[in-house]
Design a protein around this ligand. Sequence first.
Ligand code: WT7
Length: 643
Amino acid sequence: MKSQKLTKKGNLYFPTKKFQKKAWISDKKTYQKANKDPVKFWESLAKELVWVKTWQKGVEHRPPYFKWFLGGKLNITENCLDRHLPEKKDKIALIWEPEPTTERPKIYTYDELLRQVNKFANALLKSGVKRGDRVGIYLPMIPEITIAMLACARIGAVHSVVFSAFSSTALKIRLQDTKAKILITADGYYRRGKVINLKENADEGVKETEVKKVIVVKRAKNKINWKKDRDLWWQDLVKNESSQCKARTMDSEDTLFILYTSGSTGKPKGCVHTCGGYSVQANSTGKWIFDLHDKDIFWCTSDPGWITGHTYTIYSPLLNGVTTLVYEGVPDWPTSDRWAKIIEKYKVTIFYTAPTAIRMFEKYGKGVLKKHKFKTLRLLGSVGEPIDETAWLWYFKNVGKEKCPLVDTWWQTETGGILITSLPGVGPFRPAFTGLPFPGVKVDILDEKKRSLPVGRQGNLVILPPFAPGLLRGVYKNPKKYLDTYWSQYGKKIYFTSDAAIIDKNGLIRIVGRVDDVIKVAGHRITTGELEAAINSHPEITECAVVGIPDEIKGEVPVAFIVYKREKPAAEVKKEVVGQIRKEISPIAVPKEVYLVEDLPKTRSGKIMRRVLKKLFIGEELGDLSTLANPGIVEKIKKIIEK
Ligand code: WT7
């Protein structure tokens, strides 16, 4: 069969007729209809789920708070699993590919996944977990992370997943905030062929928390410490449990999960997501944006420890009854074409990844592409950070062979699901532009004075009511943070995204980047504030400033400028600072460079001028330095960087 390429008009690409024919949505009218009455529109999407009790009211808005599907009752796992049975009893729900190539993959049918979820749900009940209790999950990319999350949801417990590459301190802060009494973890996992001892971190992380029981999955069989009165093997716990467990009936507005994201001060924010609204958005955005159909093999490369993994590695594909693929390791191990081999091996039809990975694949070059034809792919996605034109075109041409629509999806931990991207059967797609807001979603680009900006002018991206049902309902136990972060810039009725954006004449949106201190390191969200807090906790350090610097592969990387007491050799301090960040946050946050400086450029009121440091590093024109209290330091820092 001859494959068809997308048509190009000017700088825009459009889906082929063949794609449109099978697509869920191929008509622009969907937008008009949805935007005329967004509440009715979301209600119509909600009807695609199975509800124990239908809602009485679509939405209620008491700024800055809002609720969706009031009075509705459901359970997300019933929608992910039970409702697909018995039709999809033998259909594969989950494929797990381990990192070691010598090991065999694990395959779960819908029936088997439900049985495993129920067994573990029963084990949790027996361990004393009740509706509304928070459960910490600190697991790598193994099937048990999916099972654990779904098991919590099944019994109405609130999962709080902590990314497995986060440090013990990061884990501890989150466990303390949620007051979880149970933590689910593993002995270890594989990363670039090495076994990482996760249990060691978990042991450290649960100290000074209320965790009473630690459930441990045996994965890498590495040596671990064992606390007899606290630790339990997952495998032992589930052995004699029944594979039936009734899904608890949840209210739409009950909390489904809490997921922490970087806060500016070093204390992360717990984004609260609900059972009803989140499920509706996860279901419908997946269906329409990835055009999920029964035969699809969907590979979202995100770790479930991030929101992308929650929504598009786990919930959305299962809600839609397709096959989701989870790969334990890194995409370029043991060979640079591992990712391509996985696509070929499992006949992946939809591939969703981050620009960092795309730029890495591009770097590995033509060899990979010669061997792999990607014939099964029919749709590509990108997420997490701005994708530049070069990476977009490379991905579109070399992986998608110009025949796959490429959806660049914009959203945040806070939004729960995708909010901006062109629909694959409608388009248009423009390199470096994320696209149109999802039907029913209203956004604007405002200047500082709340004026709506015209085409081509950069401003702040905001979301207008009625907000999509998946948007966060609060910051866990911190209403002030919720108000300050999202609802103070433009008042209580306009959601402030903290992203700068531009709109083109077709209504397509280009995301420029964050306007706060968030940096996206390989798509991972980190704030310079939390890095600074970690560095400042070192006794040798008097002051520091961290800035995000553009990076060819990772998009952005942190660089640290440090003033220290000079009581220790410089090299030692540098090493310790790096160690400090590993320990307090994660190896993923380690700065590209650490500079020891005498002083930091400051205004007369003592504010550190991070902007100047960034320009110094990139080698950009510094502009007016007259507001600096200590202009002399600029030359000195420049010399240090050049050295
Ligand atoms: C921030 C949110 C969305 C799930 C993963 C990230 C940036 C996200 C895009 C995109 C340009 C993007 C924004 C956003 N971002 N997607 N397609 N193009 N930038 O979730 O970790 O909460 O980060 O990621 O800056 O605000 P997150």
